[in-house]
Design a protein. Structure first.
Length: 255
């Protein structure tokens, strides 16, 4: 894995600044919360100001055309992407296993102007759906991985998202729940280290927040992929890709 930049593990806000949420985003989050009130969800990123500031910074860069994320869940980060860059397509991957996810999607499509045309959702296991997106020609300038937190899931998500990385040299990727000693961070950190050894990730920034206001540890790794060489990927993603292509071929034959 390539060297780390001057950014060090930080408990403060990005670059020491005191970024505050744009009022329009806060208002949209409040409406979203009301739309899925009482519905089951999992986790969520509300309150992670530093993390959202980092997302907003990279998503709003002028070259960004497509933003991809594993982990739609309650729709918090989807709103960040959509509002940070009103020109970009936002491609999300999620199991849709909780009741909050369909309610969040419905709110975004029905209540946020212009979102229906820009929001793409691949529903189902990330491994197979990433392969489908690759086969469909999706390529991403900004990528975020916040899926399963086992070593195997994180490794598979790193590989699948690698295939979708834009060939532009200035693409950027994030992987959540890293750089901390909590049980949910350790296997993800291990997967990042392993994948970096195999495929030469360049780490741009690392953030570690030892005490989130809810009382738990979190962190974020910002990195860039090396070139994707399909022949070097012979694991789970390669199998999922073959299944995806077989499925596409059968659909074409069937008309």
């Amino acid at each position: 894995m390539a060297g780390i930049s001057a950014h060090q593990l930080s408990n403060g806000l990005r670059n020491g600044s005191h970024w505050v949420y744009p009022p329009a985003l806060v208002s949209a989050w409040q409406q979203l919360a009301e739309a899925r009130k009482g519905l089951e969800g999992e986790g969520g990123s509300i309150g992670m100001v530093e993390q959202h500031h980092t997302y907003w910074h990279y998503a709003s860069l002028p070259h960004v055309q497509t933003i991809c994320e594993i982990g739609f869940n309650k729709g918090h980060s989807a709103l960040v992407w959509l509002m940070a860059n009103p020109r970009a397509r936002v491609v999300m991957f999620d199991l849709f296993a909780h009741a909050a996810a369909p309610a969040a999607e419905r709110f975004l499509r029905e209540k946020m102007p212009g979102v229906n045309e820009r929001l793409v959702l691949y529903k189902g296991p990330s491994q197979s759906r990433l392969a489908d997106a690759y086969s469909a020609g999706e390529r991403c300038d900004v990528m975020s991985i916040d899926g399963g937190h086992t070593y195997e899931n994180a490794l598979a998500d790193l590989e699948g998202m690698h295939a979708l990385a834009s060939t532009r040299l200035n693409h950027v990727a994030f992987i959540d729940d890293t750089n901390c000693q909590a049980a949910w961070c350790v296997p993800v950190d291990k997967a990042v280290a392993k994948y970096g050894q195999r495929h030469n990730l360049t780490v741009l920034e690392r953030y570690g927040w030892s005490l989130h206001k809810r009382g738990y540890a979190k962190g974020l790794t910002v990195f860039r992929y090396g070139p994707f060489r399909r022949e070097a990927h012979r694991g789970a993603f390669a199998l999922a890709l073959e299944r995806s292509r077989s499925k596409t071929s059968l659909a074409e034959e069937g008309g």
